[in-house]
Design a protein around this ligand. Structure first.
Ligand SMILES: *[C@@H]1O[C@H](CO)[C@@H](O)[C@H](O)[C@H]1NC(C)=O
Ligand SMILES: *[C@@H]1O[C@H](CO)[C@@H](O)[C@H](O)[C@H]1NC(C)=O
Ligand SMILES: *[C@@H]1O[C@H](CO)[C@@H](O)[C@H](O)[C@H]1NC(C)=O
Ligand SMILES: *[C@@H]1O[C@H](CO)[C@@H](O)[C@H](O)[C@H]1NC(C)=O
Ligand SMILES: *[C@@H]1O[C@H](CO)[C@@H](O)[C@H](O)[C@H]1NC(C)=O
Ligand SMILES: *[C@@H]1O[C@H](CO)[C@@H](O)[C@H](O)[C@H]1NC(C)=O
Ligand SMILES: *[C@@H]1O[C@H](CO)[C@@H](O)[C@H](O)[C@H]1NC(C)=O
Ligand SMILES: *[C@@H]1O[C@H](CO)[C@@H](O)[C@H](O)[C@H]1NC(C)=O
Ligand SMILES: *[C@@H]1O[C@H](CO)[C@@H](O)[C@H](O)[C@H]1NC(C)=O
Ligand SMILES: *[C@@H]1O[C@H](CO)[C@@H](O)[C@H](O)[C@H]1NC(C)=O
Ligand SMILES: *[C@@H]1O[C@H](CO)[C@@H](O)[C@H](O)[C@H]1NC(C)=O
Ligand SMILES: *[C@@H]1O[C@H](CO)[C@@H](O)[C@H](O)[C@H]1NC(C)=O
Length: 668
């Protein structure tokens, strides 16, 4: 009886604990109909017949002539299999898809290949009734769908819907079952957080629906377009995390370094992360080297120092959020050999000389590159913690020496004091976005003034559409900008960090009419064109890329301030950054239970309510509101205690037990 009661209580608490679900972009049902007409051409009637609000109506869409077409808008990026109910006896129906409104066309889809456009999906109508796309013709991401009459017979279509295929392992009607939430007084930040969460759901796919990476010319009616087929098994299991929803639909460890923390604070979909990581470790060579990307891309034999390290970071992240030590122990031998492969590249300078330069499609990654060395420094430090957990102290000690060697060598060789930024390597003055963001994120730079200098020098380079990556032909990379965002938060330059989220992710990446207003794009140009420097073919750009979701985890970690310090939150810190915000309410669950932080500031008064799981311990870093340097603090055992703020303007309360706590800070 006791057991049943407590189980019931746990379930009831979990279901009730997710507020703000009205912001969730994931559909409540897997059956999705279009919400608006975007465009229509030639002889047709009742385009509205197929809209969501119109069913059931008895009306039909009639496409009377060859090339008559209607373009429907789903209002957000979705994924799935097209279904039609046709009342004509014969004819030919073409369907084209596109994520961006830029590539709406009745002749072709947007693109998945390096050149050209993808062929329409063609339904040859031989009798009235229902038609469904074959499983390999799932379209991984589109907001717009065009129905076109490709034949001479009149077409009559009674119904059209998409069976939503992302998150294949979650049951019907549970796609909105998030474990986390975020709400603030700023709608832009709220929308960005939920769009990041949804982007990561859209890139979580059925592993048998990977891209074949083979393009064959389309059939003769399709005018030079390319056939596409999602027919390749990329991992084991029933779901996997990939990079992009439309393409490449591959496991890329670099992309996971941003997507995994975002998933952890939104859906806690750990199994898809695990299936993806397992697929990379299945490809590890006997020398310890991990692939640039998963199957079938690995067959191209490209080696990447940084993506090798990102696969190791993936395992550390999985352990961090799951607390699953058996998983870590299972991977430990492979993890160690992976580090050994990487540290062999360290030369007499103390830095790694990069000879496997493939990266996030920026070039010139050779030599003593600052990004690669910062990521190595970061991975070694994760390794030191993991080695101690695995009782492997001599390994931890050796890695600690290598890590301090990198730190000691990088600053004298690569720091440019007059610029306030590191250079890419010793033969250039180019100051990369990736290496400078990573130098802060990794903890390689410890001096607060140097961190602040990097943050302000990066900010000084922003253009109207976001933060540039001069190392990649001035692309704007929402991937690397996710690390830059963390660097601004770590510098405690909160207003700068929030400005980047608002300008780049909300005003441009959501609100620009060429975007999907729901998922985040892979890359674009500093001029705001949807051209991404590494690609010749603009329609190929992915509009749902997990690597572009950095703000989701950053808002939870830095603005709500909830930091998991060890396995699944056994220890934690809550250190809110206020910026110009007045209210924030956020939380998430791990296997240990619920973590939440709800705060508000009114003039000189700051209030904070937190919940953390029983059995955990943590620290609170209370901000002093306004510009006060002193405050009276109540909560965590203190009652009107007068305290001085530290250099960063905080009062710290240590050794808190998990549970519910409230704090009141009155600036004095
Ligand atoms: C079909 O219609 C589109 C407008 O939707 C037009 O741009 C295109 O040229 C037409 N194609 C043919 C073959 O008539
Ligand atoms: C197509 O179906 C229509 C009736 O819907 C019929 O009149 C026409 O003959 C059919 N055409 C062919 C080629 O079967
Ligand atoms: C999922 O969410 C639905 C409604 O949003 C709720 O009824 C259901 O209980 C949830 N299921 C789980 C397993 O939490
Ligand atoms: C393809 O192009 C040919 C001639 O260029 C045209 O006759 C045909 O209608 C086109 N088909 C489509 C589907 O646009
Ligand atoms: C997958 O599709 C491609 C065309 O895109 C085709 O060449 C290949 O044979 C297909 N593979 C399988 C296993 O069906
Ligand atoms: C699936 O698991 C088997 C057994 O571990 C392994 O040999 C195979 O490579 C895995 N497949 C993929 C795509 O990772
Ligand atoms: C050093 O950096 C510059 C600027 O990114 C690049 O052009 C050059 O190729 C790099 N050197 C090597 C050896 O990769
Ligand atoms: C890095 O190693 C390559 C290959 O061994 C060598 O040619 C190059 O000079 C080295 N670069 C530096 C900066 O030492
Ligand atoms: C490893 O080092 C830690 C301190 O860092 C110590 O507590 C532990 O006992 C050591 N373990 C072994 C097996 O030496
Ligand atoms: C930012 O604030 C944190 C917490 O107060 C502090 O530990 C850190 O040193 C500060 N960083 C910088 C660069 O000022
Ligand atoms: C974008 O989506 C939000 C909801 O997330 C909606 O309020 C807004 O109107 C949409 N903007 C456009 C231009 O459709
Ligand atoms: C804090 O001080 C800064 C710099 O003097 C000033 O711009 C800001 O308005 C002050 N904030 C408050 C809340 O007083």
């Amino acid at each position: 009886m006791q057991l049943f009661l407590s189980l019931f209580t746990i379930i009831a608490t979990t279901a009730a604990a997710i507020p703000y679900s009205q912001y969730i972009l994931a559909p409540s049902s897997r059956t999705i109909r279009p919400v608006a007409i975007y465009d229509q051409h030639d002889v047709l009637t009742s385009a509205v017949a197929l809209l969501a609000g119109h069913k059931p109506s008895g009306q039909t869409l009639l496409l009377d002539a060859f090339n008559s077409s209607v373009t429907y808008d789903f209002g957000k990026n979705i994924a799935g299999l097209v279904n039609l109910v046709v009342s004509s006896q014969n004819g030919s129906i073409g369907i084209t898809f596109t994520e961006s409104s830029l590539w709406v066309s009745s002749a072709a889809c947007d693109a998945t290949a390096d050149s050209g456009l993808d062929a329409p999906l063609v339904f040859d109508v031989t009798s009235s009734g229902s038609y469904e796309a074959s499983p390999d013709k799932e379209r991984g991401a589109f907001r717009y769908l065009t129905v076109v009459n490709l034949g001479t017979a009149k077409l009559s279509i009674k119904d059209l819907w998409v069976h939503f295929t992302a998150m294949p392992h979650w049951e019907e009607n549970t796609l909105q079952n998030y474990t986390g939430w975020f709400h603030s007084n700023d709608e832009k930040l709220n929308r960005v957080w939920y769009a990041g969460a949804y982007t990561n759901q859209l890139v979580t796919i059925d592993p048998t629906r990977g891209d074949a990476l083979e393009s064959v010319p389309g059939n003769s009616s399709a005018n030079g377009t390319l056939e596409w087929s999602l027919n390749t098994t990329i991992t084991n299991g029933t779901s996997t995390l990939t990079d992009g929803a439309k393409r490449d639909r591959l496991v890329w460890s670099g992309d996971m370094s941003i997507a995994v923390p975002g998933i952890a604070v939104t859906t806690l979909d750990l199994i898809s992360i695990r299936n993806a990581l397992d697929s990379l470790f299945n490809l590890q060579t006997t020398t310890g080297q991990l692939p640039y990307a998963g199957y079938p891309f690995n067959e191209r034999g490209i080696v990447s120092f940084t993506y090798h390290l990102y696969a190791l970071i993936g395992v550390a992240n999985y352990y961090h959020w799951s607390g699953d030590q058996s998983y870590l122990t299972d991977k430990w031998a492979g993890w160690k050999s992976g580090i050994e492969w990487a540290v062999q590249q360290i030369d007499s300078t103390g830095l790694a000389n990069i000879t496997a330069p493939a990266d996030w499609l920026r070039f010139g990654m050779g030599g003593h590159n600052i990004e690669a060395n910062s990521i190595l420094f970061y991975t070694l430090n994760l390794g030191i913690e993991l080695a101690r957990i695995e009782n492997d102290n001599s390994t931890a000690d050796r890695w600690a020496r290598l890590a301090s060697g990198i730190q000691a060598a990088a600053i004298p060789l690569l720091w440019q004091p007059s610029v306030g930024l590191f250079r890419d390597n010793e033969t250039t003055t180019l100051a990369p976005q990736d290496g400078n963001a990573w130098a802060v994120k990794s903890g390689l730079v410890t001096s607060p003034s140097q961190v602040a200098q990097i943050s302000s020098a990066l900010q000084a380079r922003w253009g109207p559409y976001g933060a540039p990556a001069p190392e990649a032909a001035d692309a704007v990379s929402p991937f690397i900008s996710g690390f830059e965002l963390e660097a601004h938060f770590m510098a405690n330059r909160t207003d700068t960090a929030l400005a980047l989220v608002r300008n780049m992710w909300a005003d441009f990446m959501l609100d620009d009419p060429r975007m999907t207003n729901s998922t985040f794009i892979e890359g674009y140009s500093v001029t705001g064109e949807l051209h991404y420097a590494p690609y010749a073919n603009d329609p190929r750009i992915s509009h749902a890329h997990g690597w572009a979701t950095g703000p989701t985890s950053s808002l939870t970690t830095f603005v709500a301030g909830i930091q998991i310090l060890s396995d699944a939150g056994a220890t934690w810190a809550i250190v809110p950054q206020l910026g110009d915000l007045s209210h924030v309410d956020a939380g998430f669950s791990t296997s240990r239970g619920l973590f939440s932080s709800k705060w508000s500031v009114h003039g000189s008064v700051f209030q904070l309510q937190i919940t953390t799981p029983k059995g955990t311990t943590g620290t609170i870093g209370l901000p002093l509101p306004g510009n006060h340097t002193k405050a009276s603090v109540t909560g965590g055992g203190l009652q009107d205690a007068v305290a001085e703020g530290d250099a960063a303007g905080r009062v710290w309360v240590d050794g808190l037990e998990g549970g519910d706590h409230e704090f009141l800070v009155n600036g004095l």
